[in-house]
Write a protein that binds this ligand. Structure first.
Ligand code: GSH
Length: 214
């Protein structure tokens, strides 16, 4: 069988998600670190987003679609459950994270620290201060969700957990989100437990710039 190629930069949360799926299922894969909107990526994703995947002559974009394909095509632990309710809860949490929580926590909050658009390159305090209440609310929502069964969907590890872990890893390193996670006891314990998984350890991105004082 042809080998799997995951295309996208290692710091990207969604690229890490696709890589974690490969690691969890022991799928041999190569990582090609092409940035968003590069020719490699735009040839596969209509909006130039990462990750994209190639497997022989099959090309695919969108992290959840890539995860579904890999989960169905390769042996190893099922990351998307087959039980209807467990599968639906997994899908629900992937959807909540990808359609809402990622927008608040990553695109608005984190990216304002990591890639500030201000003229002096400092974080945009107005944008950050405005989003912090929603950051806290969404971290509390995740805390309540994992308090029930120790995982996002039901009481076992699924793709929903893979999908959120790279986001939490960044959030722990920034001031407001870091203190909100520290106060969220169930979420902190969940993060520490899942961060010990080899799939998480092996896909750690290179160190990122820390928050600058504004
Ligand atoms: N819905 C996409 C989202 C992927 C996404 O937003 N990736 C980010 C990097 S983590 C990206 O490509 N950003 C560049 C852009 O949106 O132009 C997926 O699940 O794969």
């Amino acid at each position: 069988m042809a080998s799997v190629e995951i295309i996208g930069p290692a710091p990207s949360t969604y690229t890490r998600v696709a890589r974690m799926v490969c690691e969890e299922k022991a799928i041999p894969y190569a990582l090609k670190q092409s940035p968003p909107h590069s020719p490699d990526v735009s040839a596969i994703h209509p909006f130039g987003k990462v990750p994209v995947m190639r497997h022989g002559d099959f090309e695919l974009c969108e992290s959840k679609a890539i995860a579904t394909y890999l989960d169905l095509s390769f042996p190893g632990p099922k990351l998307i459950p087959t039980d209807p309710r467990h599968a639906a809860l997994t899908e629900q949490w992937v959807s909540l994270v990808n359609t809402k929580i990622d927008g608040t926590l990553v695109r608005t909050y984190l990216l304002n620290y990591i890639f500030p658009k201000t003229s002096d390159g400092s974080p945009d305090r107005k944008v950050i201060d405005a989003v912090v209440p929603a950051v806290r609310q969404e971290i509390e929502l995740l805390d309540r969700a994992v308090a029930k069964g120790g995982f996002l969907a039901g009481d076992s590890f699924t793709f929903a957990d893979i999908n959120v872990m790279p986001i939490l890893a960044y959030l722990k390193n920034f001031p407001e989100s870091g203190s909100a996670i520290a106060a969220a006891k169930s979420l902190s314990a969940y993060f520490d437990r899942l961060a010990a998984r080899p799939s998480f350890q092996k896909t750690a991105p290179p160190p990122r710039p820390q928050a600058k004082a504004s």
